[in-house]
Design a protein around this ligand. Sequence first.
Ligand SMILES: Nc1ncnc2c1ncn2[C@@H]1O[C@H](COP(=O)(O)OP(=O)(O)OP(=O)(O)O)[C@@H](O)[C@H]1O
Ligand SMILES: [Mg+2]
Length: 166
Amino acid sequence: MPILDRDALEFISRSADQTRRVGIRLGALLQPGDVIHLIGDLGAGKTTFVQGMTRGWGSVDSATSPTFVLVNVYQRAGGQRLYHLDAYRLSGTAEAIDLDLDLYLENGPLVVEWAERVRRALPDEYLQVRFNYVDTNQRDLMFTAHGARYQKMIDDLRQLVYGVHG
Ligand SMILES: Nc1ncnc2c1ncn2[C@@H]1O[C@H](COP(=O)(O)OP(=O)(O)OP(=O)(O)O)[C@@H](O)[C@H]1O
Ligand SMILES: [Mg+2]
């Protein structure tokens, strides 16, 4: 059952494909300036979720782990961009500030893996998605809104995923 709370939504995923499909739903809702924090252990499913998000948003490129670059940039028709930052290898907030994330946010949404490592370099309002490993194929996804924009995003996502309003 979904948690019927304005600020939170829980989803139990039973496969990587199911995680991608929820990512597709969220990706379709993204606007420039939106910030999505992805939290969870190694292998929890963050990049898998981003693969769905980039597709739902309309990118023609598919998502990969940003192993050799800190920020992956995806494009869609009309020149809009989606930015995917993996903060795992950043030393912390100072290095994140050097990336001038505000400039990215003028042009598109920003998705951050390991966002808790650089939280102070990111805007105060954001959607958090926490990935918890349950077993080999099962993950618990918890969405939490920080700010009115993201309450609306959770309402819309709930409608898309469960077909109900909270
Ligand atoms: N329900 C599920 N949701 C997401 N991934 C799953 C699920 N079941 C199995 N998997 C597998 O778990 C792995 C998740 O890897 P992924 O790269 O997405 O994790 P990550 O959180 O980005 O890790 P890292 O912190 O190392 O970047 C993939 O191999 C994927 O196929
Ligand atoms: Mg990853």
